[in-house]
Design a binder for this molecule. Structure first.
Ligand code: PEP
Length: 255
């Protein structure tokens, strides 16, 4: 399985900033061979990014979607609207959605299904808070989040899903997980999928690590056989640092 590295810009960048970034990162496109690179800008920048990235190997992702395909939901964005713009992936259940916006497992499960229904590939984020890790609940939290979102999923849909293991305490803090801890969590994710979601489904799923990933530490994650990429926040905001991170990941899996 090849690497999948996604840039999650969160609530950053205007259209002009997006155009500048996309033009700059495309200069290095030939250095990303073999790595699936996704850019997930804010909704407002999706058309500009689609325009510039269209025809390149870089793909477009959105940061969220609504669980219905349309309806009276003021301010929300539905999956078909994203698909219409050329979006291929969508982040679902990011910790900021879970812990700041109050999204629960049932809502996240509905969003995963809504994404698949309109042909989008969900990047399902799971991960424990610091308090949950300290109390020894890491695996039980991950298991509950996974099963809520994936139980009953058809084997044919499973290879469209990417899981991002993102310990909440590592996001935006500069304090990345120890590779051994990320390895244990990502191996456990694959085990839960194999045993409790459906036999034969786990080997189709790519699992990313996310949480303070940068050029200097990406190699220590992607060289692990349990991890096939990264979800990157802060280090994805500048084209040169994000490009260097992708190249470091590629080098680590090649060596
Ligand atoms: C994220 O937003 O998913 C993330 C991992 O952020 P950062 O890389 O800044 O920790």
């Amino acid at each position: 399985m090849g690497l999948v590295i996604a840039a999650n810009w969160k609530m950053h960048k205007t259209t002009a900033d997006t155009v500048e970034f996309c033009r700059a990162i495309l200069q290095d496109e030939d250095k990303f061979a073999g790595v699936e690179v996704l850019i997930c800008p804010p909704y407002t920048s999706l058309p500009a990014a689609a325009n510039i990235l269209g025809g390149s190997s870089l793909k477009l992702g959105a940061q969220d979607l609504h669980w219905e395909q349309e309806g009276a939901f003021t301010g929300e964005i539905a999956g078909p609207m994203l698909a219409d713009l050329g979006v291929e992936y969508v982040i679902v259940g990011h910790s900021e959605r879970r812990h700041v916006m109050g999204e629960d497992d049932s809502r996240i499960s509905a969003k995963v299904k809504a994404a698949l229904e309109c042909g989008l590939k969900p990047i399902l984020c799971v991960g424990e808070t610091e308090a949950q890790r300290e109390a020894g609940y890491t695996n039980s939290v991950i298991r509950k989040q996974l099963l809520a979102a994936l139980e009953g999923m058809a084997a044919g849909d499973m290879d469209k899903v990417v899981i991002a293991y993102e310990p909440v305490w590592a996001i935006g803090t500069g304090k990345a997980a120890q590779p051994g801890d990320a390895d244990a969590a990502c191996s456990y994710i694959r085990e839960v999928i194999e045993k409790d979601v459906g036999a034969g489904k786990a080997d189709k799923v790519r699992i990313q690590y996310g949480g303070s990933v940068k050029e200097g530490n990406i190699g220590s994650f992607v060289e692990l056989s349990s991890i096939q990429g990264a979800l990157v926040g802060g280090a994805s905001l500048k084209a040169d640092t994000f490009s260097a991170l992708i190249q470091a990941a590629r080098k680590a899996v090649q060596s």
